[in-house]
Design a binder for this molecule. Structure first.
Ligand code: FAD
Ligand code: FES
Length: 302
């Protein structure tokens, strides 16, 4: 049974897709930086996904998902307008602290562009001067440029291959923003851990407060299992209940990256198993769609 109806789907690339889900109660209370835990079907895995946008009037929650493994690929295949998710729990996590900063740089790398958007909009609504820095591998992967242009006072695009904007990583965009503005109060950076680490290192010498959103492995999302623990200086925090936003200058990114690789073998096996079943299912479907085989010559009535 589908409980949470998908009312919009948009594909940004072969691997990145957006789902808009009807959930008026959650849309009423969702705030930037929070996340949900979803299950595609009754026997599906529970996976955490950031609330990339919410519309209180329409009663919708927007998720932007990258198909990286078994569940996100299964969702990519199954989630269509009119279908639904079996479960969607949230909003979870502590909302991003939208400070009284006067000048903020909001940095999104790849998929991180989506979760940083509600923060950029919230800072703008709070009266801040917002500089958006978005990074993609190439021009064809750019999405939500219009949404960012609408809430940013300045907008810098970076691409790895130089096909749009600055050629280079988002750290080049941050350096450019710092060179042009000596009064930046805060940087918010969301993307792969290695990118957030680079952003934190780019701002450290300038002592600019830098917030990052961490994505460790999560299981229950309630602070009970300890799966999502992250190291901040000499402290240990649970990203699901203490975060997911933390001070980037304190985060032990190397530990986070090591923990994220812990189940690579099992994840690969699970994906292989699912893909094999998909291939078999396709073969069965193709075979059942074939016209009935002609009757043997001896049985043909003349
Ligand atoms: C707070 C939070 C917010 C997130 N927001 C988004 C988002 O908006 N969009 C998006 O595409 N992805 C997001 N992720 C990552 C997403 O949860 C994983 O990509 C997903 O669980 C992968 O599942 P899989 O079966 O497709 O891939 P798998 O093959 O199982 O895993 C691929 C990789 O995904 C990560 N991963 C696997 N299981 C989990 C898990 N239970 N919790 C966290 N990470 C996991 C690991 O790095 C793993 O190596 C978020 C993660 C967290 C913790
Ligand atoms: S996911 Fe279990 S403690 Fe955070």
């Amino acid at each position: 049974m589908s409980r949470f109806e998908i009312i919009k789907r948009e594909d940004f690339s072969d691997v990145t897709y957006l789902l808009e889900i009807l959930h008026p109660m959650m849309a009423k209370v969702a705030r930037p930086g929070q996340f949900v835990i979803v299950m595609l079907h009754e026997h599906g895995e529970r996976i955490p996904l950031t609330i990339a946008d919410f519309d209180r009037n329409a009663g919708t929650i927007t998720l932007v998902i990258q198909a990286v493994g078994k569940t996100t690929k299964e969702m990519q295949r199954a989630c269509r307008v009119g279908t639904g998710l079996y479960a969607m729990v949230g909003p979870m996590g502590i909302p991003s602290p939208i400070s009284h900063a006067k000048k903020v740089v909001c940095v999104g790398g790849g998929l991180g562009v989506a979760p940083v958007y509600p923060q950029a909009r919230a800072f703008k609504e709070a009266g801040a001067y917002v500089i958006g820095v978005l990074g993609f591998r190439n021009k064809s992967l750019i999405f939500w440029e219009d949404k960012f242009r609408a809430c940013c006072d300045e907008f810098i695009v970076c691409t790895d291959d130089g096909s749009a904007g600055i050629k280079g990583l988002v750290t080049e965009g941050i350096k450019q923003a710092i060179a042009m503005h000596s009064d930046i109060d805060e940087v918010v950076a969301i993307g792969p851990p290695i990118m957030m680490k680079g952003c934190a290192e780019a701002t450290r010498p300038h002592q600019i407060k830098t917030m990052v959103s961490l994505n460790p492995l999560m299981v229950d999302g309630t602070g009970m299992c300890g799966g999502c623990r992250v190291k901040l200086g000499d402290k240990v925090k649970f990203a699901c209940v203490d975060g997911p936003d933390f001070d980037g200058h304190l985060v032990d990114f190397d530990d986070l990256m090591t923990r994220l690789r812990r189940y690579t073998k099992e994840e690969r096996m699970s994906l292989d198993h699912w893909e094999k079943n998909c291939r078999m299912q396709k073969q069965i479907e193709a075979a059942s769609a074939l016209p009935a085989s002609p009757a043997p010559a001896s049985k043909v009535k003349r």
